[in-house]
Ligand binder design. Structure first.
Ligand code: FES
Ligand SMILES: [Fe+2]
Length: 370
């Protein structure tokens, strides 16, 4: 008889710094990485610095309106160019060490004695560029010399989950406004966070508020278990809020079948998208160490809702609680990953079987098969 159980990854995959370094190289530094919200760099010269793989990346916007990204390292002697997490420059990024200054497009434009040093080529010694795409209102970057297909990897993940691209486009994510952002410092491996997000076997144990709004989650099967499936609101539920009360004005362009449902997408390797009729919740993970991941979570609403000063708390509180419940669970698992009890891993029950596909994908990436 075949077993209904599948193995997980062994514990060392969640603790070993060498495996984590290999993941940084084979996954986060090669794939498209969702770095910042486009509105974080709304005007020319506004910038954010983010950790992508083992690099600090400087994301900004040029005077032509295009988002750009560079390795955050001065080309002279290697000082970190921008030490702040966010900020704004008027014309140039100026290194504090010897005052080399770079234009918003990365070109070296000024340095002490530059005119007397003809060998210092302004383009060759410009900032190292990182590939950029803007989609869903976010700036995605890729550190690879030859990036993989954005259409296949990023857009493809949405199509695989929802059945088509039009379904996510109806939520008009680029036009929504940031209503709230919460950053979570999670003492757990990034894969524990993905695995947790993919399954709902834990929903009835740790998510009472979510299961009230989405009663089918009590059955343990996540919306992500089926293609194109959105979990339906309970009959007594008016909106995706902490108590099931009415939410905000709905996004006008949704299809009828999106009216009372929650859809979730995992875009590997570090993005979760949650879609409900009146808002979207987007998580970006920044894996910092084998046992440390920062998660930045954005709540996006219609611009008129945010501009009108609506009380967003009931909407935000639902998924903020879900996040805290989930990240507590991940942090509870992390120490167990280095126990000898988990040396050979644990098991996936049937409602978690789709996680095995994620594990295989991680192994394939590490072995260079993908
Ligand atoms: S290291 Fe930046 S100017 Fe010298
Ligand atoms: Fe959860």
């Amino acid at each position: 008889m075949t077993s209904s159980l599948l193995p997980t990854l062994p514990g060392r995959y969640y603790t070993d710094p060498l495996i984590f370094a290999a993941e940084q190289e084979a996954i986060f530094e090669r794939m498209w990485f969702c770095a910042v919200r486009g509105s974080d760099v709304a005007e020319p010269g506004r910038f954010r610095t983010v950790t992508v793989g083992r690099e600090s990346v400087l994301v900004t916007r040029g005077r032509d309106g295009a988002a750009r990204a560079f390795l955050n390292v001065c080309r002279h002697r290697g000082a970190q160019l921008c030490a702040e997490e966010s900020g704004s420059v008027k014309r140039t990024f100026r290194c504090v060490y010897h005052a080399w200054a770079y234009d918003l497009d990365g070109t070296l434009v000024a340095a002490p004695n530059l005119v007397r040093m003809p060998d210092v080529d302004r383009v060759e010694y410009g900032l190292r560029k990182v590939h950029v795409r803007e989609w869903l209102g976010y700036v995605w970057v890729c550190l690879a010399a030859e990036p993989p297909s954005f259409e296949d990897d990023v857009m493809g993940a949405c199509v695989e989950r929802l059945g088509d691209l039009a379904s996510i486009e109806r939520y008009r994510l680029p036009e929504l406004s940031l209503g709230r952002r919460i950053r979570y410092d999670v003492r757990a491996n990034w894969k524990l966070i993905i695995e947790n997000f993919m399954e709902c076997y834990h929903c009835s144990t740790i998510h009472p508020e979510l299961v009230h709004v989405l009663p089918e989650f009590a059955g343990g099967y996540a919306a992500q278990y089926y293609v194109g499936h959105g979990a339906e609101f309970g009959p007594d539920v008016a909106g995706f809020t902490v108590d099931g009360g009415a939410g905000q004005a709905a996004i006008e362009t949704l299809a009828p079948e999106q009216g009372r449902r929650y859809f979730a997408i995992t875009i590997r390797p570090q993005v979760f998208v949650n879609l409900v009729p009146d808002h979207a919740i987007l998580h970006r993970m920044y894996p910092l160490a084998a046992d440390h991941t920062v998660v930045e979570c954005d709540w996006l609403f219609r611009p008129d809702v945010v501009a009108g000063g609506a009380d967003l708390d009931p909407s935000v509180e639902l998924f903020d609680r879900v996040n805290r419940q989930d990240f507590d669970a991940c942090e509870r698992c992390q120490p167990g990953m280095s126990s000898r009890a988990y040396a050979d891993g644990g098991v996936l029950v049937p409602s978690e079987h789709h996680i095995a596909g994620f594990h295989q994908w991680v192994r394939d990436r590490l072995e260079g098969k993908k």
